[in-house]
Design a binder for this molecule. Structure first.
Ligand code: PLP
Length: 441
């Protein structure tokens, strides 16, 4: 271990715990109030523009993915209060949750069953629109259902889309691109589950498999794409478009909270817990929420103890210049959606003044939480998504944060949202295997 890393471990207690493989909750000391966050990396107009684009595509999506027709082609998930799970967490795990607990069910998003259906699909649509506009085949005023025609599919068929993925991003990009008619290559890391590769191949997607980790798969994809002028690479490490697709969730959640008459203001704080891999999905959602709610929303990222890349990047301020392996952390986790060893520099820098903190959780607990949610609410979510409950294992650190923010006397009016990032596409036999993993006799 180099001396720079040793110094960080000595100076930052959370990093010492992380390096020892322990669960912890780190409060971000670089977080600033809204008026001190400096220049915006993406503007409110850019997020609005992204929302407008998704609205233009909605009639097309409703036609080609009938499962989206119920919401008129809008890719959105339910926000559901989980009272029984809250009670279970408070009674069996002494979580001490005050206020109400909700599950944001991106696990059940249409088309690809994970949070990646937000950013991933958005970026493919944006690319398709750019190409069609440029070729003079489409205008903003036209009905986008036209994109389902054979002529348009043939047009897109001349182009290629590529992406590196641990699984869920590949599913979103692959399914959407193939539907439009693109040639698609998904570069999968060793963590990717077999059923995801099978599903993609069944849709005509080319799946390249690598023995290496996520970052290497991304690198292969980037290289392969750069050699082909007709190819477009979805870059999970740097993409502003992915980020914008996720950020649209902010306004969407606001509408849902209003519909359910859940107040958010300085005396009714909103706590949001987001499972984090490379950072794009949780970063984009958190950014969108901060744009809407400012200082009244408190966003925490959740990571596996063995793949806490955003923690090491953010706590040191080194972002993508450090990886978990530098700290002697393996990078291996059953939470395949979060199995990332090096964080996105782009997201880290955008979010570092806005993030409340980062919490880590052991794999074994992910399965226990999965069973608890199944038992109490009859909802299945995948291991990665279960990380959204991790903060409830650290009531003391949370209390410290609440005190620091002067919220002690209003937590009874708080709303907590565990962001369930994936699960509904997991095949039945896999789900059962998960539900039996690490089960005590
Ligand atoms: C990708 C993913 C995440 C995290 O998203 P990042 O952009 O990698 O941080 C969380 N949960 C699930 C299920 C995912 O697939």
């Amino acid at each position: 271990m180099d001396s720079r890393i040793e110094t960080y471990i000595r100076q930052i207690p959370a990093l010492a715990e992380a390096a020892a493989g322990k669960e912890m909750l780190w409060i971000n000391d670089r977080e600033c109030p809204e008026n001190g966050q400096g220049e915006k990396t993406v503007s409110g107009e850019q997020i609005e523009d992204a929302a407008g684009r998704l609205a233009r595509f909605a009639p097309y999506l409703a036609e080609v993915f009938p499962e989206t027709a119920g919401r008129n082609g809008m890719i959105e998930s339910e926000l559901r209060e989980i009272r029984a799970m809250r009670q279970e967490l408070n009674q069996e795990w002494r979580a001490g949750i005050s206020g109400r607990l909700f599950l944001k069910m991106d696990s059940h998003l249409p088309i690809s069953g994970s949070i990646k259906a937000r950013g991933g699909i958005y970026e493919v649509l944006k690319h398709a629109e750019d190409l069609a506009f440029e070729a003079g085949l489409l205008t903003e005023k036209e009905d986008y259902q036209k994109l389902a025609s054979c002529e348009m599919k043939e047009f897109f068929g001349r182009y290629k889309v590529q992406v590196g993925s641990t699984g869920n991003l590949g599913l979103s990009i692959g399914i959407m691109s193939a539907k439009l008619g693109f040639q698609v290559i998904v570069h999968m890391s060793a963590d990717a589950k077999q059923w995801k590769k099978d599903l993609l191949r069944s849709k005509g997607v080319t799946v390249m498999e690598y023995e290496s980790d996520y970052c290497a798969a991304v690198e292969e994809g980037r290289k392969s794409s750069s050699q082909d002028p007709m190819s477009y690479f979805v870059d999970d490490e740097n993409s502003v478009n992915l980020f914008l697709g996720y950020a649209v969730a902010g306004e969407r959640l606001k509408s849902q909270l209003e519909e359910q008459e859940i107040q958010v203001d300085s005396r009714h704080p909103l706590f949001v817990y987001l499972p984090c891999g490379i950072g794009g999905a949780p970063g984009g959602v958190a950014y969108g929420l901060k744009e809407v709610y400012g200082d009244n929303v408190h966003c925490f990222f959740m990571e596996p103890t063995q793949a806490c890349c955003m923690l090491v990047g953010m706590a040191t301020g080194e972002h993508d210049r450090v990886s978990v392996r530098d700290f002697g952390i393996s990078g291996r986790t059953d939470a395949d959606g979060l199995a990332v060893g090096r964080p996105s520099a782009f997201v880290g820098k955008v979010i570092e003044k806005r993030l409340a903190g980062i919490c880590t959780i052991e794999d074994r607990k992910l399965y226990e939480l999965m069973r608890a949610l199944m038992k109490t609410e009859n909802i299945f979510i995948e291991p990665s998504a279960c990380a959204s409950f991790a903060a409830f294992f650290h009531p003391d650190e949370m209390e410290g944060y609440i005190r620091k923010k002067g919220l002690c006397d209003c937590m009874g009016q708080a709303a907590h949202i565990a962001w369930a990032t994936g699960g509904s596409m997991v095949p039945q036999d896999m789900a059962e295997e998960y539900l039996n993993t690490w089960k005590q006799a």
